[in-house]
Design a binder for this molecule. Structure first.
Ligand code: ATP
Ligand code: MG
Length: 515
């Protein structure tokens, strides 16, 4: 199994069909394969050897897709860079991963002087943009024009395919080493369900392509010989236009994106009927948002994925049928075809169904390990099982319910309170646009359940009213005892709410240990 296999099959079977659409630029499968072979040749010509890391710092583009194929083609290792990182963080990751070659687009080219200074190991920069090539950088298009294609290395299986840094939601991002087999097992597992990225797919890439969630959609679509419609970044109107203009059929969207789309005043003006499958995940979704989304996209089958970078990234799926039945919308679904999933206690014994423990997963999608962090790897992968750090429970039919990150769990008055449940209760209040629930220090309760709330335009509500509303849905001790109102919640590039930032305002550093 190797990342480029679907491309070869597509070239054999339908070379002249369109593979990538980016703005007004389209390329066929044969054209992309030719360019990928040339880019691989150029990388090798620049001294990229087997197993060397090649980074890309870029908004979404058709060239990002070519990078995802050319690097494995050249037998090198992908290292997509989180576009939200500061220059210092990017330089740190380039040094940490010993990456000598970086592709950069027009948006991020201005960062180059700072990166070069802070990451002396960076020896070659390739400018993968349409503007003028910055000083000292190679031009992507000149490199492609100047090289003949090399044959695909076709090295797959357990060979390292990429280094993918975790979201950094809970702390310093870790470099996750994934093999070709890891990534392909996850992609083929998703495909085998039959309801995502199948034949005739035109996959819309609106989530950041550096993130493994979108790369999973890229890999599954490419494995199935489908096409890609790419927008530079998520922007509601651009996304709705891309769907309407290019007939996008399938997309990976994270919950904040779904919420921004359904709340957008122009949604009714766009023809979104081509969209037949929406895969969402990466963070919890409020049930009320999901129910509205299913109405807003009446032709779309909804699938939820739960997983993490370390699981390449999919572990469970909530199927379209489950969505239609409607009674399990709070679940993240059941173990995906390629995964086994259990809920265990601190001794790694399975807990009874319905009891909260740590979610663990086993299968060909479990990472090779964390880059340069053998202790962290040994702590996370035990007996082959990836310990997710997520708290959850499983019902009698094998449906997994994610309740909280274990690090985020709130203990108030000796009772465990899981933020997901409280957030769901608050989200049903008509004045609440979005919210996050955290534990804050409290003399009486140890930790107090505290809500950070973004209100809908022109709406007001008091903390007390929110508490009363929550109490109609959940037990009194879980209802927030305090609330603050903010304009927006801090989110990561993958749309995850950064609770550690919210907590920082309430806890002095080192005050709150993980329990
Ligand atoms: P870091 O590990 O650096 O803190 P991160 O965990 O956010 O960052 P990712 O690997 O991108 O980095 O995210 C995986 C996490 O996202 C999971 O551990 C889980 O907490 C959350 N998650 C993913 N899918 C879902 C889902 N469907 N429902 C709820 N949470 C989800
Ligand atoms: Mg994580």
């Amino acid at each position: 199994m190797y990342l480029t296999q679907g491309l070869h099959r597509a070239v054999q079977q339908h070379p002249d069909d369109v593979m990538t659409v980016f703005g007004d630029r389209t390329r066929t499968f044969a054209e992309v394969a030719d360019r990928v072979g040339r880019l691989a040749a150029a990388l090798q010509g620049l001294g990229v050897g087997s197993g060397d890391r090649v980074a890309m710092l870029s908004l979404n583009s058709d060239r990002f897709g070519e990078y995802l194929l050319a690097v494995p083609w050249a037998d090198a290792v992908l290292n997509p860079v989180n576009i939200r990182w500061s220059p210092a963080e990017i330089a740190y990751s380039l040094q940490d991963s010993d990456t000598g070659v970086l592709l950069v687009d027009d948006t991020f080219a201005p960062m180059l002087p700072a990166l070069r200074e802070a990451a002396p190991g960076l020896r070659t920069v390739i400018h993968a943009g349409d503007g003028p090539t910055p000083d000292g950088a190679e031009s992507y298009e000149d490199l492609i024009a100047g090289h003949d294609p090399v044959p695909d290395a076709r090295r797959g299986g357990d060979a390292l395919a990429g280094l993918f840094y975790t979201g950094g939601t809970t702390g310093h991002p870790k470099g996750v080493m994934l093999s070709h087999a890891n990534l392909m097992v996850s992609a083929l597992g998703i495909l085998s369900t039959g309801y995502l990225f199948g034949s005739g797919t035109r996959c819309l890439h609106a989530a950041p392509m550096f993130h493994l969630a979108d790369m999973a959609a890229w890999n599954a679509t490419t494995a199935a010989g489908g096409a890609h419609v790419i927008v530079p970044a998520f922007e509601p109107v651009a996304v709705m236009n891309a769907i309407a203009t290019h007939g996008a059929t399938d997309s990976l969207l994270v919950p904040v994106m779904i919420q921004m789309l359904i709340d957008h005043p122009q949604i009714a003006e766009h023809d979104l009927t081509s969209l037949r499958a929406v895969l969402y995940g990466a963070s919890p979704i409020a049930q009320s948002v999901l129910e509205r989304a299913m109405k807003a996209f009446p032709n779309a089958d909804f699938t939820q994925a739960y997983g993490m970078t370390e699981l390449s990234p999919v572990a469970t799926l909530l199927s379209p049928d489950d969505h239609r039945r409607g009674d399990r919308l709070r679940s993240a679904g059941r173990a995906a075809p390629h995964s086994e999933v259990l809920v265990v206690d601190a001794e790694d014994d399975e807990v009874p169904r319905g009891t909260v423990g740590e979610i663990v997963a086993l299968g060909g999608h479990v990472m090779l390990g964390y880059w340069n962090q053998p202790e962290a790897t040994a702590a996370a992968v035990r007996d082959g099982w990836m310990h997710t750090g997520d708290g959850g429970y499983m019902d009698d039919d094998g449906y997994v319910f994610v309740v909280d990150r274990i690090k985020d769990m709130i203990v108030s008055g000796g009772e465990n309170v899981y933020s997901a449940e409280v957030e769901n209760a608050l989200a049903t209040h008509p004045a609440v646009a979005s919210c996050a629930v955290i534990g804050v220090p409290d003399d009486q309760w140890g930790e107090r359940v505290h809500a950070v709330v973004v209100l809908r335009a022109d709406q007001t509500v008091t903390a007390e009213e929110l508490r009363e509303h929550a109490k109609t849905r959940i037990a009194g001790y879980k209802a927030p005892r305090s609330a603050e109102f903010v304009d927006a919640l801090p989110v990561s590039a993958a749309g995850k709410i950064l609770k550690r930032e919210l907590r920082a305002a309430h806890w002095s550093e080192g005050d709150r240990e993980v329990h």
